[in-house]
Design a binder for this molecule. Structure first.
Ligand SMILES: NC(=O)C1=CN([C@@H]2O[C@H](COP(=O)(O)OP(=O)(O)OC[C@H]3O[C@@H](n4cnc5c(N)ncnc54)[C@H](OP(=O)(O)O)[C@@H]3O)[C@@H](O)[C@H]2O)C=CC1
Ligand SMILES: [Mg+2]
Length: 328
């Protein structure tokens, strides 16, 4: 059985934070009160607001509720916009965290007032480090869901959100809807000495990644994995082991389930589905290890370029190189 070591965090504070967030999702009044003292991440048309740090890196701008109120007042906006904030979590200092899209305001005017820039999420995601990138991605995913869920798909009638923004209720039928993610399996296939990496035509030049595909309705993770590997590269998987998961915001919210898979070294011929992949190949441990050392830079791309650290594909590839080194 698989055991994933999470962390050595202090259990009691983690439990109380999770219970606090859960209460804010259930209790609109408690959530409105938390908003007054919470931290706020601003977005403009789904682009997060980033600020430069003294070290020349970037971080998402975090404002207080009163900071945002003064921005709204100064720009002549209706203060009720604050009510559109969506709860995204709770900091280790027990401060509730919200995000808000101010896309109705003039972008340049907001940027000037808060000394920051609204940056496309694809770019922001790779400029941020640690826990900030997933938090910003979560905020954007929830804001996008609200922006596209104003009407019930069952009745066509308007929906109303709760204060936390964790659900919407159809005004005519009372049907509750929740934010959705699409499950995607991502897998690094190995024959014991090499691994398969593929590239879509839309990837940056020279970049190869682990194989990935959306799970079909009714499939288990293992079934989706075996089907995708068969469809995309024509291999039959013999065994699967789970690694980890990740919320992936591009192009919309996917729930990436990362696995390793093995195939028989006697059956390794690739039959690539060219409608899905521009290319797929077997790569040796040496090729992959060299590619992991490459730093992205302008100019001619290296022969093999791997997904960046934030991507679960990077993690799968790193895990595989570590495993290969321990067995060789
Ligand atoms: N974080 C990471 O490390 C990585 C993440 N990814 C992500 O994995 C996801 C899936 O990979 P990809 O290889 O494109 O998937 P697939 O191999 O499943 O191919 C995509 C095709 O699947 C069809 N499809 C089926 N269900 C869905 C759905 N729910 N949403 C969208 N398309 C669907 C579409 O076909 P049609 O248009 O014909 O209907 C689409 O063109 C992508 O979002 C990609 O960004 C990929 C690699 C690395
Ligand atoms: Mg695919």
């Amino acid at each position: 059985m698989l055991k994933v070591l999470l962390s050595t965090r202090k259990c009691s504070s983690f439990v109380s934070r999770m219970r606090y967030v859960d209460r804010l999702k259930q209790d609109d009044d408690a959530c409105s009160a938390a908003l007054q003292t919470g931290r706020m991440f601003l977005f403009h048309r789904l682009n997060p607001l980033l600020q430069n740090t003294e070290r020349g890196t970037f971080r998402p701008a975090t404002l207080t509720c009163s900071d945002v109120q003064s921005v709204l007042e100064n720009l002549g906006a209706d203060g009720s916009l604050l009510k559109e904030s969506v709860l995204i979590g709770c900091s280790e200092q027990n401060q509730a965290e919200f995000c808000l899209d101010v896309g109705r305001l003039d972008q340049a005017a907001v940027e000037e007032m808060v000394t920051g820039s609204f940056v496309d999420l694809r770019k922001s995601f790779f400029l941020l480090s640690g826990a900030e990138a997933p938090l910003v991605a979560k905020g954007q995913a929830l804001l996008r869901w609200h922006q596209t869920s104003g009407f019930s798909s069952a009745t066509g009638q308007p929906t109303r959100r709760n204060q936390a923004g964790s659900q919407r209720v159809c005004s005519s039928s009372g049907i509750i809807s929740y934010p959705t993610m699409c499950p995607v399996v991502i897998v690094l296939v190995s024959d014991g000495t090499r691994c398969v990496l593929g590239r879509q035509a839309a990837f940056p030049r020279g970049m190869y990644s682990a194989l990935a595909g959306f799970c079909d309705m009714g499939e288990s993770l293992e079934e989706a994995l075996c089907r995708e590997v068969a469809e995309e590269v024509g291999l039959e998987v013999l065994s699967v082991s789970y690694s980890s998961s990740q919320h992936w915001p591009f192009p919309h919210s996917s729930f990436m389930l990362g696995c390793h898979a093995s195939v028989s070294p006697a059956h390794t011929q690739l039959i690539v589905d060219r409608s899905e992949l521009e290319d797929a190949r077997w790569f040796s441990l040496q090729e992959v290890m060299s590619a992991l050392q490459v730093k992205p830079r302008r100019g001619d791309p290296p022969p093999l370029w791997l997904p960046p650290k934030h991507a679960i594909a990077h993690r799968l590839i790193t895990e595989w190189t570590q495993l290969m080194q321990t067995v060789s």
